[in-house]
Structures are given as C-alpha cells and as structure tokens.
Design a protein around this ligand. Structure first.
Ligand code: NAD
Length: 499
C-alpha cells in the first residue's frame, strides 16, 4: 500500500485499475422511469479507505416516495397475473444480467463500503446463485389440497401479497438484496427497493441489471438516507422487508403497526463463540479469528463475544493475538488486503467508544484498540480480555474486528452467558463432546447453532431469528412463503349437483 491509503496500482488486477478515480452518479427508478425525481438534492458517499468521493445520490422527497408507491400499486395486478413460469424466466434473465455486471458490482461495493474485492465478488456470486435458486424453486411450490366432501374440491392457493418495500444494509449489499428482490418478484409482487445510503451505487447497478429483465414499473428504486426509508415505511404497502439494524427494524415494525403491513425483519446480532475445555486452543483461535475479523467484523453472524474455558484460555488468547497481528490491513481494492476499513468514521468512533469504555471498566487491551493515523476509517484487529458479561462491549453489537474474551469455569456457565443477550441470531460452539453439542442445540435461544465451524452450513438454510435479531424467514425457500398470502378455496357444484 502506498502512503495515504491509496493502493499500489501496479499490484491491482487490470479490471480494478483506475476505479479509485471513478465517480458513480446514481439515478432513481420511479414508475418505470429512470432518472425520475431529483427534487430532494444529493448525498455523497466517500470511500472508507481514503475518504475520496465515490457516489453522488439523489435523496427522494416524501412526494417522490408517495408517487413511487402509487405507481408500483398500479403495476401490481398485471405482474401478479403474469404466469409463474414467465416470472421465473425473467428472474433467470435478471441473474444473467447481474452475473454480466459482476465485476462492476464488486468494485462498487468495495469502494463504497471497503470490503476486500474478492469478498465483494463472493457476495455478487452468492446473489446470482440466490436469484437462480428462487427462479427454479418458485414454480415448484404449490398449496395443499384438502379432504372435503366428494362433490367439492378444496385447496390452498398461494397468492402474491402485492407491493413489497425492501430495505437493505451495506455490509453484504448484493447478496442480501438479491434474496429479498428475487423471492418477492418471482412470487408476483412488485418491489420498491431502498438500498443502504452507504452503498447506493451498488444498489443502483443491481437495480439496473434486474430491471432490464422485468416489465417497466415492476421494480422501483428509491435512494437517500434513513428519512427516505422512514417515508417509505409509512406508506400503505403490503410488506415491509428489512435486513439491517435492530433499531431500524423496531422503527419499521412501529410503522407497520400503523399501516397494517406485514413485517419481515432480519436484524442485528451479538453472536457468542463458546470454546469448551476439550478443544485444541490453536484451532479455536483460528475459528475465532475468522469469525471476528472477516469483513472487518461487519457480518451479521460475526463472532461478537467469546466464552473460553479456563483450561485452554491462555493458549487460546495468545494464538488469537498472533492471528490478529498477522492480518494484512489495506484498502479493499488491493488483492493483498485481508482487513479492510470499517464502513465510515462515524461507525469507527462508535466502535472505539465501546472498546475504550470496556477498558475503563477493567478490561485488558491485548492488541489493537487504537485509532490509526492517516486517511480512511481503518480500525485494527482488536483482542480484549478480562471482559465481563455486564459490559456494553459484550451486550451490544460491535460490528467491527473486535474480539472480547470472557473466561468461564464450566460449559454450563458458558451456555448461560451465551444465552444472556438481547439478541438471538446465531451462536457457535467448539466442543468434542456430543452431549455438550446437543445441549447447545437445544438450549441456546438463537436462530442458528453452529457446532465446530464459525461459518459454512448447507445452502438453503433458513431460521427464525429470536429477540432483537428479528422475525420471520429472511432466507431460503421459506422466504417465498413470506412473500405470499395463502387463500383457501372451496369449490362446489351449484344446487343440483351439476356444473
Ligand atoms: P440500517 O437498518 O441502518 O439500514 C438498512 C436500511 O434501512 C437502509 O436502506 C436504511 O436507509 C433504512 N432505514 C434506516 N432507518 C430507517 C427507518 N426509520 N425506516 C425505514 N428504513 C430505514 O442497517 P445498516 O447499518 O445498513 O446495516 C447493518 C446492520 O444490519 C447490522 O446491525 C447487521 O447485524 C444487520 N444485518 C443483519 C443481517 C441478518 O440477516 N440478520 C444481515 C446483514 C446485516
């Protein structure tokens, strides 16, 4: 890396050279018209690696939001009547278009939110896969038939819900958006897409690719900050689907309580990692480092707090510190980078406040925990020991490369602490004991339990997040059900028994 946070252009793959100097000019899509709106001024997104401006984005006014919802409502009936096979074919075309734009989408993601380019590309590829899965799965799903009288036919008919507003986060913008958009569109809903204000150019490029495969008006794109999201959530739509922070999820749920919209929430987490007394502490440190430091800790299911048995704690912490020290930090466009910046300085200040508060309360900083000089929003991989359950660093979501460690004296104590959280997204347990693994699967109040691997898992997995982590299925085949309403039909011949 060159001084000042700029990547060494010679080391970049040819496709990425020059992207630092590119500025995206984002347009909205309202009522099937690109470039509609624009009365609300613009916001500018800065590259978190060096602070340069990368995207200029229109901020939708309340009136533009209202018009977009009315136009979407107008397009809903025809899209709902479009045969499912045609909607699925459109989704396959959308997947082709997203795949064709993969390099550009990955670059936009990296310069807008900072993650290493290879990770960003992985998110785009995952999004393409999700679009194809929904295109294949949707036509195969049907309703049950029922056992009524011999003269009647009874069945259950899944139907589109109508108008879906989809609010998405910045941390894996393409993969998450493709899930919500793909499932909502293929089931016959029209979609108003509100990407994160941190990754609007990524959202715009994705919307352009998907829209090209659809009839005009089926997809709309509204851009801007939280106030645009709030204006959209207040509109009379049928579903508010939100992947993002718990605070926003609660605001969206409150808006839905006023309008009667169905709410789907996939929100924040503070995932525990439990390390049992019988595992290799070096392997446990490898797992912890992947879980806590990948994507600079900005993953919904990142390891946010570690409960390690006293028997292996010292060796584990030493090995984790070494892993933190070895990470190569730099801008995401540099292929050598393992740890990119945080999304912005505001988030970095928040994270640093959590770390310094823990230290003031008696925690020990073992590596990291200092604000680096220079441009951008870099934060070092950080290991904090002597943490206690009541510290905000343990209780709140950090969303940063910070690994807080609590030493426990038994597996039971670790499970008790792991369960004691306002969140319930996922948890990982490293153990060689089958009975301990079974207890963890049964007792942890979370949507996903992972035994002996922080990431991974079979494709298509979908879980109900608990507590502050949300409600409903945000992923997997079950997401198709979330976007449909089931009607029961009883069909009987008229009076004389003949049609
Ligand atoms: P965020 O909730 O702040 O933003 C997400 C979207 O909601 C953006 O489009 C934003 O403009 C919009 N928004 C903000 N305030 C709104 C309001 N009052 N009404 C309606 N919309 C509003 O989330 P973020 O900071 O972009 O993303 C990070 C968070 O997302 C983390 O907490 C992370 O854990 C979570 N996340 C969860 C999952 C999951 O599957 N559970 C996946 C990825 C990220």
């Amino acid at each position: 890396m060159l001084a000042g946070g700029q990547p060494d252009e010679e080391r970049l793959p040819s496709a990425t050279r020059g992207i630092y100097r590119r500025m995206y000019t984002v347009a909205q899509l309202i009522g099937g018209v690109w470039g509609a709106g624009g009365e609300g001024g613009d916001l500018v997104v800065h590259d978190p690696a060096d602070g340069t401006a990368v995207s200029s984005v229109p901020v939708a006014t309340a009136e533009e939001v209202r018009k977009a919802v009315a136009a979407a409502r107008g397009a809903a009936a025809e899209w709902a009547r479009t045969p499912l096979a045609e909607r699925a074919a459109a989704l396959h075309r959308a997947a082709d278009a997203v795949a064709a734009a993969a390099v550009e989408l990955a670059q936009a993601t990296t310069v807008e939110m900072g993650k290493p380019l290879a990770d960003a590309r992985g998110g785009v590829d995952a999004g393409v896969g999700t679009l194809r899965q929904y295109a294949e799965l949707a036509p195969l799903r049907g309703g049950r038939t029922l056992h009524g009288s011999a003269e009647a036919i009874d069945f259950m008919l899944p139907q589109p819900r109508g108008v879906v507003a989809a609010f998405t986060p910045w941390n894996d913008p393409v993969a998450v958006s493709c899930g919500l958009l793909g499932a909502a569109l293929v089931t016959g809903n029209v979609v108003l897409y509100k990407p994160s204000e941190r990754t609007p150019a990524t959202g715009w490029l994705l919307a352009k690719a998907v829209d090209a495969a659809l009839p005009p008006g089926v997809l709309s794109l509204l851009t801007g900050g939280p106030e645009v999201g709030a204006a959209l959530a207040a509109q009379p739509v049928d579903v508010l689907a939100h992947v993002g922070s718990t605070a926003t999820g609660r605001a969206i749920a409150a808006a839905a309580a006023r309008t009667g919209a169905k709410v789907l929430l996939e929100n924040g987490g503070s995932d525990p990692l439990v390390i049992d007394a019988d595992v290799d502490p070096l392997w446990a440190a490898e797992q912890a480092a992947i879980g806590a430091f990948a994507n600079a800790g900005q993953i919904c299911v990142a390891v946010e707090r570690i409960y390690v048995h006293r028997d292996v704690a010292e060796d584990f912490v030493d090995a984790l510190i070494e892993r933190a020290r070895a990470l190569r930090t730099g801008p995401g466009v540099d292929p050598a980078t393992e740890l990119g910046p945080l999304v912005d300085r505001q988030h970095r200040d928040h994270v640093h406040g959590q770390v310094t508060a823990a230290v003031a309360q008696g925690a020990q900083l073992r590596i990291g925990g200092t604000l680096p000089d220079g441009p951008g929003a870099f934060y070092p991989a950080t290991v904090v020991t002597d943490c206690r359950q009541d510290m905000p660093l343990i209780r709140e979501e950090t969303f940063a490369p910070v690994a807080p460690v609590v030493v426990v004296d038994s597996f039971s104590e670790a499970l008790r602490c792991a369960a004691d959280s306002p969140y319930g997204l996922a948890a990982t347990v490293l153990t060689a004991s089958m009975s301990h693994a079974q207890r963890a699967c049964r007792d942890l109040p979370v949507g996903t339990v992972k035994i002996n691997a922080v990431f991974g898992g079979a494709p298509g997995g979908a879980a109900h997040p608990r507590r502050g982590s949300g409600q409903g299925f945000g992923y997997g085949p079950e997401l198709l059900d979330e976007f449909t309403a089931t009607k029961v039909v009883h069909l009987q011949a008229p009076g004389g028994g003949h049609w």
